[in-house]
Design a protein around this ligand. Structure first.
Ligand code: DOR
Ligand code: ZN
Length: 429
């Protein structure tokens, strides 16, 4: 993240929601030298401060996305670190965590260094994840110690399942010793081979090869058992099925050190959208059924799901446009749609606004021990200010992201980011 000239800001009239400190009240914020300096009911701006009027708006800690794919190095035409960070800022995110499935893979210190160097010029904070296996090939461990020394915040082969249980065990032992969580993309490979959709009635009728929910459940059960065995920390990515969630519940009841996330697309869509064979809806894990979606939503409320993450997966038209769904690349962009899409969870009374903010701030911050997600005095002044009522229509053509593959194209929603502030600098308005 760029070090700019530090501004002094005075944010007035906003409804401040900071779940980490159990705050939900109308109060004004003084930002000085990049940190939260004061909370006050006074209306007099400090000398020299720029006043931001947040009337009608909600002021929260900066939103955090712990599951972003930037395609840099290697496929910068889909997304590079600068464009991904700009998309994040436009979406209200102040910190993003980028996956290791770049080209080359982020499996060694040189690649991590490259990302961190580029990230110093980006609009928001960018935290790299190191690969679990060399080249994501699932054979030999990456050098987890070197990656940690270079600044990765977690280890993951995301995009692929780790098929070898012994490799996962060893990775957990190293990661535990280096105090890093492992992020798990849980989809047993043999069960999913060639599959493009949830294995069920819709896929059968459309003649699409399936990926069964059991593929997710099996790996969650295995890796929860390995977390119990090793004491390593496991975070399960993009939960998609009721069966997978049942496995999460069982492990949490046993107090195994695990956490879980859900994506906006799994919380809103089902495999019913595949009727037109539109490749934009191909995602891994696949969109599932109404009852899976209902169970995921309930899990947001009861704490089984610890955070929402976008799985922002930019792709260009050569792999997402006019191609058969069987040949399409999986994934949807998500950074610039998460906020208005997920505000609908509040409107539909799935969660309270405070819980939603928690799922995007202190929830993800805790999972990766990021220095973010709360606005106490002296904390970094990373804030998201949004109008929860302003009508918005999703137009991918207007994205800052270089890619347009959004499953939410054309959705009419409410919620607009007004300001994104990173270390006291306005990085989007
Ligand atoms: O849909 C997905 N796209 N799921 C993943 O796990 C990987 C991601 C990508 O890199 O495109
Ligand atoms: Zn994944």
């Amino acid at each position: 993240m760029r070090d700019k000239k530090l501004m002094n800001l005075f944010i007035i009239n906003g409804r401040v929601i900071d779940p980490a400190r159990k705050v939900d009240q109308r109060i004004n914020c003084v930002i000085r030298n990049g940190v939260v300096a004061e909370w006050t009911t006074a209306r007099q701006a400090p000398a020299g401060a720029t006043v931001l009027d947040a009337r009608g708006a909600v002021v929260t800690p900066g939103w955090i996305d712990i599951h972003t794919h930037l395609r840099d190095p290697g496929e910068e035409y889909k997304e590079d670190i600068a464009s991904g960070a700009a998309a994040a800022a436009a979406g209200g995110f102040t910190s993003i965590v980028c996956m290791a499935n770049t080209k080359p893979v982020n499996d060694c210190a040189a690649v991590t260094r490259y990302i961190r160097e580029r990230a110093t010029h980006a609009a928001v904070r960018v935290y790299p994840v190191g690969a679990l296996s060399r080249g994501l090939e699932g054979q030999a461990l990456a050098d987890i110690g070197d990656l940690k020394a270079e600044g990765v915040v977690a280890i993951s082969d995301d995009g692929r399942n780790v098929d070898n249980a012994l490799l996962m065990r060893r990775a957990l032992e190293y990661a535990r010793d280096f105090d890093l969580p492992i992020l798990v993309h849980a989809e047993e490979s043999c069960l999913c081979a060639g599959g493009v959709a949830h294995e069920g009635e819709v896929a059968a009728r459309l003649g699409l090869r399936g990926r069964p929910a059991a593929a997710e459940e099996i790996i969650i059960r295995r890796d929860a058992a390995l977390a119990r065995l090793t004491g390593g920390r496991v975070h399960f990515q993009h939960l998609s099925s009721a069966a997978g969630l049942a496995a999460i519940v069982a492990a949490k009841e046993e107090r195994v050190p695990i956490t879980a996330e859900a994506t906006p697309h799994h919380l809103f869509l089902t495999d019913a959208v595949l009727e037109d064979f539109d490749p934009v809806f191909r995602v891994n894990p696949p969109l599932r059924t109404d009852s899976d979606r209902a169970v995921l939503r309930r899990a947001l409320r009861d704490g089984t799901i610890d955070c929402i993450a976008t799985d922002h997966a930019p792709h260009d038209i050569t792999v997402k446009g006019d191609v058969p769904i069987e040949e399409a690349a999986p994934g949807t962009v998500g950074l610039e749609t998460a906020l208005p899409v997920c505000l609908r969870l509040v409107e539909e009374r799935v969660v309270s606004l405070a819980r939603l903010v928690e799922l995007f701030t202190v929830g993800p911050a805790r999972i990766l021990a990021l220095p973010a997600g709360r606005l106490g005095i002296g904390d970094a002044a990373d804030l998201t200010i949004f109008d929860p009522q302003r009508p918005t229509t999703i137009h991918a053509a207007e994205f800052r992201s270089k890619s347009r593959n959004s499953v939410f194209e054309g959705w009419k929603l409410k919620g607009k980011v007004l300001y994104t502030i990173v270390q006291g600098n306005i990085v989007y308005s």
